[in-house]
Design a protein around this ligand. Sequence first.
Ligand SMILES: Nc1nc2c(ncn2[C@@H]2O[C@H](COP(=O)(O)OP(=O)(O)OP(=O)(O)O)[C@@H](O)[C@H]2O)c(=O)[nH]1
Ligand SMILES: [Mg+2]
Length: 262
Amino acid sequence: MSTEPGSGAQPAAAIVPVFNEAKTIADIVTRAAAHVDRVVAVDDGSTDGSAAALAGVAAETIRHPENRGKGAALLSGVARARALGAAFVVTLDADGQHPPEYIPALLRAADSRTIVVGSRMGGAGSIPKARLRANRTASFFVSWAAGQWIDDTQCGFRVYPISLFDRVPLRPRRRSGFVMESEVLIEACRAGFRVVSVPVPALYADVLQRPSHFRPVYDIAAIVMMVTGKLVARAFYPAGLIRSQRQRRAIESCNRNRDAAV
Ligand SMILES: Nc1nc2c(ncn2[C@@H]2O[C@H](COP(=O)(O)OP(=O)(O)OP(=O)(O)O)[C@@H](O)[C@H]2O)c(=O)[nH]1
Ligand SMILES: [Mg+2]
């Protein structure tokens, strides 16, 4: 019997945080269900008909009566996935930016000591400039604090071993919903987990038709403040800066050589 994540022997659950995604949520859940054992949708106080859209689909739905933020929604999903017996959780956005058909590729890279993070940087040219700048700023600081280079720290398309959430202390912060996804990388690396990047597409053209919940200035400032606190507590962790930048240069040189060989 195969023991690959998501094979049934190591059940995988997809967690989809939902905040006002009535147009896309049913399609995303249905497509994700084809690649995992269970889907858990966390409707975080949506007011746009997302709840009705979820009523007829193959997902467990958790509903927060009021909006608590993406990080809190993900942690509610993790608690449910654990109760369902999942060994791995796949997180993906509800707006259609993370094609569920990439779930098997992410699961193949997963193991009990690894977080798999999708990287959209292969398609950086199609990411709006302000967003790309914000993402690169966040990746620099988060990688420094994690002590390892992580290509796309702001991509929420990921796989976590569920055991990680027992070992890594996380608390949902109400007003800074996206901070948790940066903090978990830093704390997990500190606890000895590694992060592996798997290429995923950068899809912006369609999904940006609806207002983003990500506020580049506010959310990046919140992330940088969280990281600064962690760096101060570790005397600015110079070894983390040196190691993460060395790895970044090695990866970039490898990519340049590969592109030159094509
Ligand atoms: N549960 C919950 N989910 C949220 C919240 N804010 C955003 N999300 C979800 O998190 C995912 C990412 O949010 P987006 O607004 O697409 O943020 P983004 O992908 O960084 O930004 P864009 O590139 O503009 O799409 C989507 O599935 C949202 O529905 C929230 O407050 N609660
Ligand atoms: Mg999005």
